[in-house]
Ligand binder design. Structure first.
Ligand code: AMP
Ligand code: GLY
Length: 428
């Protein structure tokens, strides 16, 4: 099979690694890719949002299977366009991608199919939203309906914060069209965890659990980010909690989407809050998590590309996946200043030394090579230093040993990835 992976982050680097290891893959392309991906795949300079350009490339090269990484391409309907020309693609249709593309749509599905999630209301009118906030009080959560690059959520501890968030969004000032509708929802308390499953529209193949670290700095301080590090599995997701999540959250969603005429194919990433009343859905993402995908790929014992293909072809019923018992832990190296503004095109050295550490794989997220063959940092999140270990502490030690081999003064990372789970295990 000629395979095209769409995207340019660490997630896509991991998907390319999985594809390159699969006996099903004869030739691998990535659009647009990055400096690390270029070691595994032929990178083509077409952006993930350039749907016309991607479709034309797939036709020109007679690509057999497309794996779509980022939500933006899915929400723009890339999978539908490829299906129309007879090319299977991994990921949901545009209609099914609304589970991530519209918070309001996702919440309405939860309400209709009795899926546990925070109580909510949808608003387009500022005065009505204000009145609702006054009535509910703080803490409360305000979300823009549309995709806002991970910045559309305000967890407001005071009423003023919530009122400001609603005004910013509904005035169109802060998020443009993505913010002209808001969801206001109940604040949930608990620990967060993620659960990934594949579906082909009907069948469900559970994958793995993970936990992310969203804040930029140690001790979960500083601004929210796309994720500064993660580990998999997440032991807090016990077998019993996984079972409850499948029965009460995942299955009714897959059945509901089918009943709505929008069968869900692809990976469904459930962001969960483990509340005293049981697991509740915080959000759905319609793609693999980044950086969670990198940890997941390292733990895969069987052929991941084969199950992604089965999902796309509507043929998951006979598929299974085996996983290493090992923990995988990933530390994100980001450019100093991220998630705010940061310097670009600084040189990263020591990559080979880091990659040579025991159990370690270095995934590239925002990198490019210059003419001298040096690797330059081109994004906010730049590298994902990922280690496998018999337990999470071993994986953590290995990942930070590799981080310490890097020579990149313009970069930074959190030093405490995995802290919550490691503390729990030390207590026992
Ligand atoms: P989301 O983009 O919906 O995942 O929200 C981003 C983050 O905001 C989540 O990872 C949670 O930490 C937090 N969050 C979202 N919704 C709620 C809620 N209803 N209660 C408490 N925290 C929330
Ligand atoms: N790491 C969180 C996400 O991919 O949304």
């Amino acid at each position: 099979m000629k395979v095209l992976v769409v995207g340019s982050g660490g997630r896509e680097h991991a998907l390319c690694l999985a594809a390159s290891r699969s006996p099903l893959c004869s030739e691998l392309f990535c659009a647009p890719g990055n400096a690390g991906i270029a070691d595994l795949a032929k990178c083509v300079a077409i952006k993930a949002e350039d749907i016309e350009g991607l479709v034309a490339f797939v036709q020109r090269k007679a690509i057999d299977f497309v794996v779509v990484g980022p939500e933006a391409s899915l929400v723009l309907g890339l999978v539908d366009r490829l299906e129309a020309i007879g090319v299977p693609a991994f990921g949901p249709s545009q209609a099914a991608a609304e589970l991530e593309g519209s918070k309001g749509f996702m919440k309405d599905i939860c309400k209709k199919y009795s899926i546990p999630t925070a109580a909510y209301e949808r608003f387009t009118d500022l005065e009505k939203a204000r009145a609702y906030l006054q009535k509910q009080g703080a803490p409360i959560v305000v979300k823009t309906d549309g995709l806002a690059a991970g910045k559309g959520v305000t967890v407001a501890m005071t009423l003023d914060e919530a009122l400001n968030a609603v005004e910013d969004a509904l005035s169109g000032r802060a998020f443009g069209d993505a913010g002209t509708e808001v969801v206001i929802e109940e604040f949930m308390e608990g620990e967060e965890a993620s659960f990934f499953i594949l579906s082909d529209g009907e069948n469900i193949l559970p994958l793995v659990t993970a936990q992310d670290h969203k804040r930029a700095y140690d001790n979960d301080e500083g601004p929210n980010t796309g994720g500064m590090g993660c580990y998999s599995p997440a032991p807090v997701m016990t077998d019993a909690l996984i079972e409850t999540t499948l029965e009460r959250i995942v299955k009714p969603t897959i059945e509901g989407m089918k009943a709505e005429g929008k069968p869900y194919r692809g990976v469904l990433y459930a962001g969960l809050m483990l509340t005293s009343e049981g697991p509740k859905l915080v959000e759905y993402n319609v793609r693999f998590g980044d950086p969670e995908c990198q940890a997941l790929c390292l733990r895969a014992k069987s052929d991941l590309l084969a199950v992604l293909h089965a999902s796309a072809k509507g043929d998951l019923s006979r598929s299974s996946m085996e996983w290493l018992d090992d923990s995988a832990l990933l530390v994100v190296m980001a450019a100093k200043g991220y998630p705010g503004s940061y310097e670009k095109n600084t040189v990263i050295r020591g990559l080979d030394k880091a990659a040579g550490c025991e159990g370690v794989t270095v995934f590239h997220a925002g990198t490019a090579a210059n003419e001298q063959g040096e690797v330059l940092a081109t994004g906010g999140r730049v590298l994902g230093i990922t280690a496998l270990g018999a337990d999470i502490k071993t994986a953590q030690d290995r990942a930070y040993a590799a981080v310490d081999r890097l020579d990149w003064p313009e970069g930074f990372c959190r030093r405490d990835i995995g802290w919550r789970e490691i503390a729990r295990q030390e207590e026992r």
